[in-house]
Every structure is written in C-alpha cells, then in structure tokens.
Write a protein that binds this ligand. Structure first.
Ligand code: NAD
Ligand code: TYD
Length: 351
C-alpha cells in the first residue's frame, strides 16, 4: 500500500540510514525527511538517494508548532518515524535546556499535529518514536534492561528522552493515537558525528591526537551496527504491535577501554602503522559527571515476536566502519570544520 512517511532527524546518524532503507526498499512510499540541520545533521549523509523520486527534504524545527501543523495539513502524512533529537550526553550536561526543548517540546509538537490530522481516521496510521536504552538508568555488573524495567534516567539527555517516551504513551492512552516505541543500545557505523566515542577516536588516531577515555574506562556499553538498528525499525514499523515497546540491542557488551584498544589495533592495521602505535595515544581524563556504569539490553521480545536479530558480526561491522571513515575523509573534514574545534576545546582542554 502507498504511504506518505515523515522521518524526522533524517539528516543525522541513524536517521540517514533509516531514510536510505525506506527510500530504496519501498519505492511506492513517499519519504519526507524533516530536519533542522543542527551541527549533527548533514545532507551529505544522503547524497546517494537525494534525487530519488520518492524522497524529499524539508528544513524545519520540530519545536515550531505553527510550522509543523501546516506541514502536516499540507502533506497529510500516514506515518511518522521520529528520530530528531539532541543526542549527546556531554552536551546535555553543559546545556540541558536545549534537550528539553527539542526532545520533549519537539516530540509533543509532533504528537499534537499527528493527533489533529488523524483524529477522524486513525486506522493504518502510526507514530513511531525512536528512543534509547539510557532511559532505564544504569546497571551493575549483571542484569539486562527489559521493556518492563522501570525508568530511571540519570542524565539530562536520558531524562529528556524518558519524558518524551512517557508523553508518546500518554497520547496513546488519552487520545488513542496509534504509537509504537523502541529503545536501542549504542549504535556505531558510518556517518556518526565525531563527538561520540568511536568516530572521535578514529579522527584523533588519524591525527595523532590523544584518545580521551573518561575515568578508568570501565564503563560498559552494548554496541549495535547502525544498519541493524534501521532494519529493526523497519520490522517494528511494519509488524510491531500498536501501543507496544521493543528493546533493540546487539548482545555485544564492551568496556570502553577494551573497545578503544580494539579500535587502535584495527586503525594500526588500516593505516599500516606498527602494532601498538595508536594505543599509546590513550589518555585517561576526568570522568563524565554522573557517568552511567553499564547498559545491556534483553532483546528477546523483538526476536521472538518479529524474528529480528543483528545481522552484522561485530568484527565485520567494526572493520567496515573504520574503512568508511578512512575512505570518507572529505565527510570527516566537512563535519569537523566550523564549530567543531570550539566544541572540542571547550569539552576536552579543561578535562
Ligand atoms: P544525531 O544527533 O546524529 O541526529 C539528530 C538529528 O536530529 C540531526 O540531523 C539534527 O539536525 C536533527 N535535529 C535536532 N534538533 C532538531 C529539531 N529541533 N528539529 C528538527 N531536527 C532536529 O542523533 P542519532 O544518534 O542519529 O540519534 C537519532 C535518534 O535515535 C535520537 O532520538 C536518539 O535519542 C536515538 N538513539 C540514538 C542512539 C545512538 O547510539 N546514537 C541509540 C539509541 C537511540
Ligand atoms: P558516547 O559515544 O558519548 O555514548 P553514550 O554516552 O550515549 O553511551 O560514549 C560512549 C561511552 O564512551 C560512554 O561510557 C562515555 C565514553 N566516552 C569516553 O570515554 N570518552 C569520550 O571522549 C566520549 C565522547 C565518550
């Protein structure tokens, strides 16, 4: 069936992979990418599909209710996949209010617009909210987050995402808005802005700069290849049960220090450097305030209900990712020009 699908945040890291998947896999869908193009949004992420007849781009702010209302009135979307967000924990510690605006107010703005245009014919409509495992808080050395784990967000970023998740569910219960949610673990892969751990370290290794590991590097994250997240979103979008939440994870936990050491080994190989060269760049810096110790996901619900599993093995995905950053130097140069240096200096020089 034909559908007009709004994808918010489609110029960002995960959003660009979701846009590409939907535009290429569903030529009979019209895909509209709405993005404000903040520092994290980059249309260069989508040059391969930008001329596709079923794709269009709109620049705009999800917080701007009159703009969003008129866009929904004009386009009469059948579905929304909502990824637009401020997404970096460290920035949320420096500037929480921006996260409240975009992640909470922006989400309610979209929910309001969807509610109004779908109120007489909600059948077949869907508001898909993309969220994070960070809403569940921090684990000790054992255990995993399930869909039923109580929320316990501990950073301004995760608190803003938790709040938006609650509001999406509230619109489902109060207004019968057809919604679905997913909470995913850390993504890695091409097109991630180099403020996040892996692309930042790739950039620094290339330039022989220190690799800032927070605290003792003991914190643990579960890593999933970004294309596998996009494939999970596709499955949930088409076959997920309305009103439900699905956890998505890679079953692939790494301590930060071990992960950075592994990255150093792969980088040495790709750059033809002697083994052990990049590892010497590792530098322990002041820990992140309130740094969550460990995240881990129990993804059995999506596996049992929808048959989703990660398709890319970590060694393969990691190697592919490093290869991508090294063969897309122009991309890395373009996103690290401008305000990146100022951000970097403010974030790391004082650590
Ligand atoms: P990102 O920071 O790379 O991209 C966010 C995009 O949203 C950018 O293109 C930006 O321009 C756009 N945007 C920001 N504010 C906007 C606004 N007010 N109006 C319109 N567009 C705006 O983020 P990402 O890593 O791709 O994450 C996408 C979503 O997935 C987020 O909702 C995030 O919480 C969630 N998520 C991310 C991860 C991860 O590991 N990166 C894991 C789980 C969930
Ligand atoms: P990040 O990529 O920012 O994702 P998140 O905080 O959402 O998990 O960070 C991943 C882990 O790496 C996290 O435990 C913080 C740590 N980290 C560093 O040690 N150094 C860095 O420079 C950055 C950006 C992150």
């Amino acid at each position: 069936m034909d559908k007009k699908v709004l994808i918010t945040g489609g110029a960002g890291f995960i959003g660009s992979h979701v846009v590409r998947l939907f535009v290429t896999r569903y030529p009979h869908y019209q895909v509209v990418n709405l993005d404000k193009l903040t520092y994290a949004g980059n249309l260069a992420n989508l040059t391969d599909i930008e001329k596709a007849p079923n794709y269009s781009f709109v620049r705009g702010d999800i917080v701007d209710q009159p703009f969003i209302d008129s866009l929904f009135e004009k386009e009469k979307f059948d579905a929304v996949i909502h990824l637009a967000a401020e997404s970096h924990v460290d920035r949320s510690i420096t500037n929480p209010l921006e996260f409240i605006q975009t992640n909470i107010v922006g989400t309610v703005t979209l929910l309001n617009a969807a509610r109004h245009i779908w109120k007489d014919s909600p059948e077949g409509k869907l508001f898909y909210h993309v969220s994070t495992d960070e809403v569940y808080g921090s684990l000790g050395e054992t255990g995993q987050f399930r869909e039923t784990t109580p929320y316990d967000p501990r950073s301004p970023y995760s608190a803003s995402k938790a709040s938006s998740d609650h509001l999406v569910r509230a619109f489902h219960h109060t207004y019968k808005l057809p919604v679905v949610l997913s909470n995913c673990s850390n993504n890695y892969g091409p097109n991630q802005f180099p403020e996040k751990l892996l692309p930042l370290c790739i950039h620094n290794i290339k330039n022989n700069k220190p690799l800032p590991v927070y605290g003792k590097g003991e914190n643990v994250r579960d890593w999933l290849y970004v294309v596998d997240h996009a494939l999970a979103i596709d499955m949930i979008f088409h076959r997920g049960r309305v009103g439900e939440t699905y956890n998505i994870g890679g079953n692939n936990e790494w301590q930060n220090l071990k992960l950075v050491i592994k990255l150093c080994e792969i980088m040495d190989r790709h750059l033809g450097r002697e083994k052990g060269t990049s590892e010497k760049l590792i530098t322990f810096v002041t820990d992140r305030a309130g740094h969550d110790l460990r995240y881990a996901i129990d993804a059995s619900k999506i596996r049992k209900e929808l048959g989703w599993e990660p398709s890319v093995k970590f060694d393969e995905g990691f190697d592919k990712t490093v290869g991508w950053y090294l063969s897309n130097e122009e991309w890395l140069a373009s996103v690290t020009s401008g305000s990146y240096q100022k951000y970097y200096d403010e974030m790391y020089l004082k650590r």
